[in-house]
Design a protein around this ligand. Structure first.
Ligand code: HMG
Ligand code: MG
Length: 293
């Protein structure tokens, strides 16, 4: 058996947050169920963010409460502050994720505060995660390029990683929010993060705007990274990052890892059911088979 790589499915959160059409809770729950059946062991299920900012995630409570639970499946929630963390925990989230940025401009656009203020908001989240014995992921958005500031200094990214680790994050997700990174840039930034964060606590979250995501996965694999995010059907993007396209598609990632001899436990046939469940027609994502209003 090949070496294990963990695939973190972010479609129900990163994917659906960026769709013009708002999916019904029922459809979201069906999608999450398909993904669990396919053998994914970690699914970012929803985001407990302000419904005024991201109406697509307004039903976070119902989604987290209703999501099908399985052995060996962790249902996580993205949270920006204590309010989100309290609600996510009450709804049964099995892991939390905060999202920091290496870019001041993006922090403001995405969370209406500075990087330093975002860390003040994360402190009670970290306390709650610890008290409830929940893993805590810390994203670093715009770890390579920012739609507002351009290329980021890798030192700045390393510093944010260090701060997240100090906060109590159990995993740091180095994120190429707008999907413009090249393998060489990924190599450079990861080497900075690796100065303070062990490889087994680093995940890579690649968007695939410029078709480099798989090459970037290879660059990260070469440095010992074994946790990768992807979204079913390559959905995704951030409403506050102009130009951000979809995440790396889950089936492409699973095939790619398989070809390289890694084992991730995802059944491609069942994953195909999840993929066929949503389909883009004239630019709009529609759900097939199950009625959505
Ligand atoms: P704010 O307006 O500065 O905060 O938003 P506020 O404290 O003044 O609150 C405003 C309203 O939001 C209040 O309601 C709060 O109660 C409510 P009102 O009194 O007006 O009725 N509120 C909340 N409601 C539900 N859940 C909460 C919550 N907190 C406050 N947790 C805030 C600040 C951070 C809340 C806002 O900016 C926000 O929700 N931003 C969300 C941004 C977001 O979701 N972005 C997309 C996800 S990040 C991403 O995609 C990147 C990633 O994929 C990695 C990558 O690719 O880089 C992770
Ligand atoms: Mg993202």
């Amino acid at each position: 058996m090949g070496e294990r790589v963990t695939v973190v499915e972010v479609g129900p959160r990163d994917g659906l947050q960026n769709e013009k059409r708002i999916f019904s809770t029922e459809d979201k729950l069906h999608l999450i169920s398909f993904l669990g059946k396919a053998g994914l062991t970690r699914i970012e299920t929803t985001a407990f963010v302000s419904p005024k900012w991201v109406p697509q995630m307004a039903d976070h409570d119902l989604v987290m409460r209703g999501a099908e639970r399985r052995d060996n499946l962790e249902l996580s929630a993205l949270v920006p502050n204590e309010k989100g963390a309290l609600a996510a925990i009450a709804a049964g989230a099995q892991a939390l994720a905060v999202f920091a940025s290496a870019s001041e401009s993006f922090a403001r656009k995405n969370t209406n505060c500075s990087i330093a203020e975002s860390f003040e908001r994360f402190k009670p989240v970290a306390t709650l995660a610890k008290q409830n014995n929940l893993p805590l992921r810390g994203y670093i958005s715009c770890a390579i390029d920012c739609p507002y500031e351009g290329a980021l200094a890798p030192e700045a990214v390393g510093e944010v990683a260090d701060q997240l680790l100090g906060l109590g994050c159990t995993e740091i997700a180095v994120s190429d929010t707008i999907g413009q990174a090249t393998p060489m840039q990924v190599d450079t930034v990861l080497r900075y993060v690796l100065k303070t964060v062990p490889a087994d606590q680093i995940a890579c979250h690649f968007h695939d705007t410029s078709g480099q995501a798989l090459a970037n996965v290879d660059a990260a694999l070469a440095l010992g990274i074994r946790i990768f995010d992807s979204a079913i059907g390559g959905l995704g993007g951030c409403p506050f990052a102009p130009g951000a396209a979809g995440n790396l598609a889950t089936d492409a990632l699973v095939k790619h890892l398989g070809e390289r001899g890694y084992e991730c436990g995802v059944n491609l046939e069942v994953l195909g059911d999840a993929e066929r469940f949503v389909e883009r027609v004239d630019g709009l994502l529609v759900v097939k088979g199950i009625l959505s209003k």
